[in-house]
Design a protein around this ligand. Sequence first.
Ligand code: NAD
Length: 292
Amino acid sequence: PVRDVAFIGLGIMGTPMAANLVRAGHTVTGYDVVPGAVERLVAAGGHAATSVADAVEGAGVVITMLPNHPQVEEVVLGAGGVLESAKPGTLLADMSTIRPETSLQVAAAAAEKGIRVLDAPVSGGEAGAKQAALSIMVGGEAADFEAAKPLFAALGTTIVHVGPHGAGQVVKAANQLVVGGIYALVSEAIVLMEGSGVDPKTGLDVLAGGLAANRILDLKRESMVARRFEPGFRIDLHHKDMSIAIAAARQADVSLPMTGLVAQLVAAARAMGHGSLDHSALLKVTEQLSGR
Ligand code: NAD
């Protein structure tokens, strides 16, 4: 088993994930453009690198946890990037949420260098990252999935090989469009009840026990009714993910009208200046549409 891991992108998610790999006994060398992020990894028992190439040298596995596809392109495909620096046989697991198309491009470019790639985006948020309880949806070769599985087991609890390259990103896009849709409809339920003079807390309690039950109702109905929108998962990131879902739909030549609508609601939330609030702040858009 590979013990030497390079971890690139030590943000909200990457920092606790890298720390969990250290805890599981891996030698983790990290790099981030923000020096403070690297220092946090060192404090957790990891090692500091001064560049992508420096982090990747000698590593058997490279993990990237970056904001979006331009950063993945730069770090993986760019000058001094992972493909230029890693030795053949290295396994690259990109755990960022990006469009499936880019995962396919990365896999093709990596194959030419003898580097194996998995797209392995996650669900579960910062709490899931800290508790090593993430859901990990993995696209790529079955043998590479098996090789990476023990490593993923240090990061998450639901670890599933969902198909070939890009399939992990497709499943993540599906996850995000469902989550966005649920927030939009829970928001409408709240606005309807309040507009009708019915206590929304009592109403949502009933919904949470019936066919409309879901995890967002379980975890967020109280904070939504109380209008507490501190993140969590920011509107800005969900806006990115809805754009990924729309791009994936175009690529697959399918029509997703509800996704289009939810994407526009998320765009409205952002345009209204709520990009840094939790995605449950979709409620603010729904209220405004009713003049509330
Ligand atoms: P973040 O912005 O906190 O972390 C990204 C890190 O990448 C930052 O520390 C940034 O400095 C670093 N970075 C950017 N460009 C770089 C480069 N060229 N070289 C090295 N480092 C670079 O974001 P996050 O919340 O950790 O999310 C990372 C990914 O995981 C995103 O794709 C996001 O959509 C996804 N995700 C986030 C959550 C969540 O709840 N935050 C949940 C699931 C999935």
